[in-house]
Design a binder for this molecule. Structure first.
Ligand SMILES: C[S@@+](CC[C@H](N)C(=O)[O-])C[C@H]1O[C@@H](n2cnc3c(N)ncnc32)[C@H](O)[C@@H]1O
Length: 211
């Protein structure tokens, strides 16, 4: 048994709802790149601890992380989810409805940077952010999240270890370099308190300081 299997065996319970999401993603021929089961458990726990009411997710896929986020959210809370592809958002919404939380989500389709610009124009703010879309834009997404954050908001970004490639200096591929730059930014930005949590493929976790 490796470290991941050990953690999963103790802390992740069998979950028919999430198993269905994983199956539906495969059936639709979509990529199997949902957050890890222990990463999903961590998201639920963090949302609950934060007492978040408004959540912004960047990258919906089939709704796996959306369900995990909503499980930690209060009944009156809401998830805004940004997704490039209409068909992915449709499946995610279907899966969230099956999970009984379909009323608590709004999808915005298109380039996430355009949706973020629009959200800023509308004066929207959030208590919790989950960044999980195209890696080259992670630093741009972080900047928007900080601007859209309520004081004390939490920002989580997935895949920041990139299967160990971020600390392999010989790896100069675009996504690897972008994630390296993102990790440096989230670690050093004076507006944040942050740490990289090595669960799943690595989840950078930050709290936006009060001004
Ligand atoms: C890793 S998957 C998200 C997984 C999802 N968060 C989960 O754990 O269930 C990345 C998603 O980001 C979307 N995406 C990629 N580039 C995007 C962009 N520029 N704007 C909005 N969404 C994008 C992809 O279509 C894909 O659904």
């Amino acid at each position: 048994m490796n470290q991941e299997e050990y953690i999963r065996s103790l802390f992740v319970q069998p979950d028919e709802v999430l198993d269905h999401v994983t199956k539906s993603i495969k059936q639709q021929g979509m990529p199997s790149i949902s957050v890890s089961p222990e990463g999903g458990t961590f998201l639920t726990m963090l949302v609950r601890i934060a007492g978040a009411k408004q959540i912004l997710e960047i990258g919906a896929l089939g709704g796996y992380s959306g369900i995990c986020l909503l499980r930690g959210l209060r009944k009156e809370g809401h998830l805004t989810s940004l997704e490039l592809k209409q068909e992915y958002a449709d499946l995610a919404h279907e899966n969230l409805k099956k999970a009984g939380v379909g009323e608590q989500v709004t999808y915005r389709i298109g380039e996430a940077l355009d949706s973020l610009e629009q959200l800023e124009k509308e004066g929207k703010t959030f208590d919790f952010f989950f960044i999980d879309a195209d890696k080259p834009n992670y630093s741009n997404y972080l900047e928007y999240c900080i601007r859209l954050a309520n004081p004390g908001a939490i920002i989580v970004a997935d895949n920041v270890l990139w299967h160990g490639r971020v600390y392999d200096e010989t790896d100069q591929e675009d996504s690897t370099r972008a994630l390296r730059a993102f990790n440096e930014k989230i670690a050093e930005d004076s507006r944040l308190e942050s740490l990289l949590i090595p669960i799943g493929d690595g989840m950078a976790t930050a709290r936006v300081k009060e001004k």
